[in-house]
Design a protein around this ligand. Structure first.
Ligand SMILES: [Fe+2]
Length: 223
């Protein structure tokens, strides 16, 4: 099982403050069943923009066999659209799309804004893996329609799955999983204290969607 979204490298963004906390997070994630963690510090975010050099340094300092490569969680905007050749993709699809983990500003909740962003990324050869899609409170039909028209992938956060039964975002994730529209599930881990929620989300996924678990934690992206 591979996790494609976390902030568990210390002192880079809003993740752990110490190397010890980073190592403890990794130890517990291994107990949950993860055998690879691909850290994705924030890049081009309003508050944080980790560099490849600092990221590689933190990885070396932690020295865990679970962490063998890194990528970034890219904030959508001009910095991303104008960068050339210096992007660290998670994967490349069989027909050559670069798969990047992308987040939008939380206030971007209009269909036209999201569609314009996806269109611009596709023009650059990027197929975004959209992080925590439940955050944007878009109707299910919009996600379904965008998937038919563009190259893109959807990721949900395990933490949201741990929310209460009446939580709208949790309910949306379950509907989208039922419809087979979700490509990836991730921890989006920032701090040790959140591991309990992640464990609860993972338990629910394993109980309710055992047939999807392998695909949701893999690095293979079909065209
Ligand atoms: Fe994140």
């Amino acid at each position: 099982m591979i996790d494609l979204h976390s902030h568990l490298l210390h002192q880079l963004d809003d993740g752990p403050e110490s190397v010890e906390e980073s190592r403890e997070c990794l130890r517990i994630l291994a107990e949950f069943g993860f055998d690879e963690i691909i850290p994705t510090p924030h890049r081009f975010h309003m508050l944080y923009s980790a560099t490849p050099e600092d990221t590689a340094d933190r990885m070396a300092e932690i020295g865990s066999l679970l962490v063998r490569r890194f990528s970034f969680e890219y904030m959508y905007g001009n910095d991303l659209l104008e960068s050339s050749g210096d992007l660290f993709e998670l994967a490349t699809t069989p027909s050559g799309w670069k798969v990047l983990l992308v987040e939008f500003l939380p206030l971007m909740s209009r269909k036209s804004d999201i569609e314009q962003a996806i269109f611009s990324l596709n023009l650059k050869g990027i197929a975004p893996l959209i992080a925590h899609i439940e955050r944007y409170t878009m109707p299910d039909e919009v996600w379904e329609e965008l998937k038919k028209r563009y190259s893109l992938y959807y990721q949900i956060s395990l933490k949201t799955l741990s929310h209460g039964f009446f939580d709208n975002k949790r309910a949306q994730i379950l509907r989208l999983l039922d419809a087979g529209l979700i490509d990836n599930a991730a921890t989006d881990l920032h701090r040790l204290a959140k591991l309990r929620q992640i464990e609860q989300g993972l338990d629910l996924l394993r109980r309710k969607y055992p047939e999807q678990v392998e695909r949701l934690f893999s690095l293979s992206f079909e065209d």
